[in-house]
Design a protein around this ligand. Structure first.
Ligand SMILES: Nc1ncnc2c1ncn2[C@@H]1O[C@H](COP(=O)(O)OP(=O)(O)OP(=O)(O)O)[C@@H](O)[C@H]1O
Ligand SMILES: [Mg+2]
Length: 330
């Protein structure tokens, strides 16, 4: 599968995948929603000697707890009402391959000892059976919850946590690896343009800048969805962003511009204060700031700093207020 990214953190992650793939130890992948936990679990399987066997995924949160034991370990005919035939559970289906236990934090407490034994001894019994089944499946688990915290609250067994967490892999949120946004964008644009039979040839710089400025609470999945919408609604061959995202991005760029202006203002006020509001000459603020006098006067006007006020007539409180204003907007 295609795993896209070029940031240092992403490359370190791929390195980890290569390191852990050949061994059989359990892996625990943690990360916010949409960061690519399942994608990485599949990559580990594909890079492992188990790649010719199955990758079996089970979402522990999606199955009612009463059914989870049977889903995981299988059942005998007649084990419970409606059990018409013997079934193999996901553990057995993953024999020789990889069992991916998604949302492991939602595994019911009462089922955890059986999972622990299956992990440690590689054996278990089907529901309604006394016969032991031996299975060789590598377990990769994932969660977007803080499992350590669940352990401290006694909502998750500590022994199972340590057994699963032999190799921890932590996926950073997209906002902490913005360098991955341009290559991911290009990848998703190509993917959806092909799927939607459109031709998008240009991704403008301001679109990339806007995507980089967004917070991405839904991470790569959210980026993927935004790009799909953008490709769909772009009228020509130039990528256009959906309105909702543009607005958030506009707000954040306005904040950035304001912050820059305030920093400028603060710096000039500080220098003027040091030179006793002397602007020109050898000891003046312009010289200290490395600016021609006229440029400084122009900047001061633009930033609303009065030029003709003498330091002696300038009320101290006003200066303090100006500083507070600058600080509050940073
Ligand atoms: N590095 C990547 N390159 C390309 N696509 C990726 C990458 N990482 C994730 N994706 C894609 O992003 C989407 C979300 O990834 P995935 O389902 O693995 O996230 P997740 O962490 O398991 O999310 P959740 O916690 O919601 O289950 C998928 O469509 C996946 O293919
Ligand atoms: Mg997932």
């Amino acid at each position: 599968m295609d795993l896209i990214g070029s940031s240092v953190r992403f490359r370190a992650l791929l390195n980890d995948v290569e390191l852990v793939a050949p061994v059989d130890s359990a892996v625990l992948i943690q990360g916010e929603t949409g960061t690519g936990k399942e994608a990485i679990a599949r990559a580990i399987h594909e890079a492992s000697p188990r790649r010719n066997h199955r990758f079996v995924a089970l979402n522990c949160a999606a199955i009612p707890s009463a059914l989870l034991e049977s889903e995981l370990f299988g059942h005998e005919k007649g084990a419970f009402t409606g059990a018409w035939a013997q079934t193999r559970g996901r553990f057995q289906m993953a024999d020789g391959g990889t069992l991916f236990l998604d949302e492991i934090g939602d595994m019911p407490l009462e089922l955890q000892p059986k999972l622990l034994r299956a992990l440690q001894e590689r054996e278990f019994e089907r529901l309604g059976s006394t016969q032991t089944v031996r299975v060789n499946a590598r377990v990769v688990a994932a969660t977007n919850q803080d499992l350590g915290h669940l352990v401290s609250k006694k909502l998750f067994r500590a022994d199972l946590y340590y057994r699963l967490n032999v190799i921890p892999i932590c996926l950073p949120p997209l906002r902490d690896r913005v360098q991955d946004i341009p290559p991911l964008t290009e990848f998703f644009v190509a993917k959806f343009a092909a799927r939607l039979n459109k031709s998008i040839d240009v991704i403008p710089d301001e679109v990339v800048a806007a995507l980089k400025a967004h917070d991405w609470p839904g991470n790569i999945r959210e980026l993927q969805n935004v790009i799909e919408r953008a490709v769909l609604f772009s009228p020509g061959s130039v990528l256009r962003l959906p309105l909702g995202l543009k607005q958030t991005v506009k707000q954040s760029s306005e904040i950035a511009a304001r912050t820059l202006a305030d920093a400028d203002r603060e710096h000039i006020l500080e220098t003027l204060n040091q030179t006793n509001w002397l602007i020109g000459g050898q000891d003046g603020a312009a010289n200290r700031l490395g600016l021609p006098r006229t440029t400084l006067v122009y900047k001061m006007r633009k930033l609303g700093i009065e030029t003709r006020r003498s330091p002696r007539t300038r009320p101290i409180r006003q200066l303090a207020d100006e500083r507070r204003f600058a600080a509050a907007n940073c």
